[in-house]
Design a protein around this ligand. Structure first.
Ligand SMILES: Cc1cc2nc3c(=O)[nH]c(=O)nc-3n(C[C@H](O)[C@H](O)[C@H](O)COP(=O)(O)OP(=O)(O)OC[C@H]3O[C@@H](n4cnc5c(N)ncnc54)[C@H](O)[C@@H]3O)c2cc1C
Length: 397
């Protein structure tokens, strides 16, 4: 891979930097900056999305005819890198932008592209992902939600779970079984569902951090118009693989900067925390751990470059995204576990507790990071994919 950027790409980087200078609040990212309260924070993020969109910085690599910029993946990567470098928020509506949109671009009808893509970009419509079920997570193809074609509508019955952001979404991407007699991967179809339709009940689930970001979804005689089928009938597994590959593989360059920041925050924590009466960062065992995670970070970096280079040449993320997913999710947990360990008994002080080190910031991230090795495919599943589809090893069962 060529690590240099072209003069045009460097010019684009300057444009992004100028945008950030002009639009981010003046003390953004400094210790003095505080989001006033939850509601004002929400208004800020909506306004931020609008500014990104107005400047052509949302869904940049999407086709122009549906509101994108037709930009190269390198420009998208530069944008991600610059946002992350300033710790600036990305656009809203991650599932629409990262999963539903790219899938509709590849498999959707012209009418679907025209109807849904522009409003994902403008942030007017949010999306959620209705894939996992109580007995179908890692083995997603064993899902049991059924969709039966009756006239011009599919009638859907079943249950989904762990659906992130369902209560604030207008649409969902749904996998349902449309042929009971076919082998399990061949009888599934992929749909767009209006989340406000009668027949959908949403129940929030409480997470370890205290938040209720994800939900259970019950579908009772939910009616989905025939034109909301994405791809061919019973070919939903093929369509879903586009969604899943995007879930694992995209945004990796932004992740690199995110973990670079998290690593730096860990070093800061080691400077503040004490060990044997001295800053922990002076302890040889602590230094060894910091060096180990730095090496992990470099490992992640070169794997991301390799994957990114393949996307530029081949145009779509492949199973190698599993290597990146495995590396970043496990590094994320190691960094947060160590940041908590460094605090000794003080680690028991929770997030927002005034006497907690850094306001309990690492305690919260530690709890949140437990999910990293589960969503977008667990670590065991990533290892299976790497073994079978990257290394070409035989199945053992
Ligand atoms: C924060 C978060 C957000 C999520 N958001 C969404 C969402 O928006 N939409 C959605 O559809 N889903 C979502 N999920 C669900 C997520 O995709 C599943 O949790 C994940 O796929 C694992 O499935 P499961 O929870 O059913 O675990 P299971 O599949 O039951 O796995 C249990 C354990 O068995 C292991 N295991 C299973 N099969 C194998 C195997 N073949 N070989 C080796 N080990 C195996 C797993 O690695 C795991 O350790 C979210 C999950 C989390 C944590």
């Amino acid at each position: 891979m060529d690590f240099n950027f072209t003069p045009e790409e460097e010019k684009f980087r300057e444009k992004v930097r100028a945008f950030l200078d002009a639009n981010l609040p003046r003390d953004w990212g400094s210790d003095d900056f505080e989001m006033p309260d939850e509601l004002a924070g929400r208004a800020f993020y909506i306004d931020w999305h609008r500014r990104l969109y107005a400047n052509g910085l949302v869904g940049m690599s999407w086709p122009r005819e549906y509101g994108g910029q037709g930009a190269s993946p390198v420009e998208q990567a530069i944008l991600n890198e610059e946002l992350a470098r300033r710790r600036a928020p990305g656009p809203l509506g991650g599932i629409g932008l990262a999963l539903a949109g790219p899938t509709i671009i590849v498999h959707g009808t012209e009418a679907q592209k025209k109807r849904y893509l522009p409003k994902i970009l403008s942030g007017e419509e949010k999306w959620c992902q209705l894939f996992s079920e109580p007995n179908a997570g890692s083995d997603l193809a064993s899902l049991r939600t059924r969709a039966e074609l009756k006239g011009d509508e599919f009638v859907v019955n079943g249950q989904k779970t762990w659906t992130s952001g369902a209560r604030t979404s207008q649409f969902g991407i749904l996998l349902a079984r449309t042929d009971q007699s076919a082998p399990k991967h061949r009888g599934i179809s992929y749909f767009i569902v209006d989340m406000k339709s009668p027949g959908i009940t949403i129940k929030p689930l409480r997470q370890i951090t205290g938040e209720s970001h994800f939900n259970e979804i019950f579908m009772d005689d939910l009616r989905v118009p025939r034109e909301n089928l994405v791809g061919k009938l019973n070919d939903g597994w093929h369509v879903a693989n586009t969604t899943l590959a995007n879930e694992r593989g995209t945004g990796a360059l932004a992740l690199l900067v995110r973990f670079g920041t998290q690593y730096q925050e860990l070093v800061d924590a080691a400077r503040i925390a004490l060990r044997h009466g001295r800053p922990a960062v002076a302890d040889p065992v602590v230094r060894q751990r910091l060096a180990e995670y730095y090496i992990d970070l470099q490992r992640l970096k070169y794997n991301v470059y390799r994957g990114f280079s393949a996307v530029i040449k081949g145009g779509k993320p492949g199973p190698e995204g599993s290597i990146q997913k495995l590396l970043w999710s496990e590094l994320s947990q190691k960094i947060q576990e160590f940041a908590v360990e460094l605090q000794g008994p003080g680690a028991q002080l929770a997030f927002k507790e005034p006497r907690a080190m850094a306001g309990g910031y690492h305690q919260r991230l530690f709890l949140r990071s437990r999910a990293d090795t589960i969503y977008a495919g667990t670590s065991e599943i990533q290892r299976n994919i790497i073994a079978q589809r990257v290394l070409g090893l035989p199945r053992t069962h």
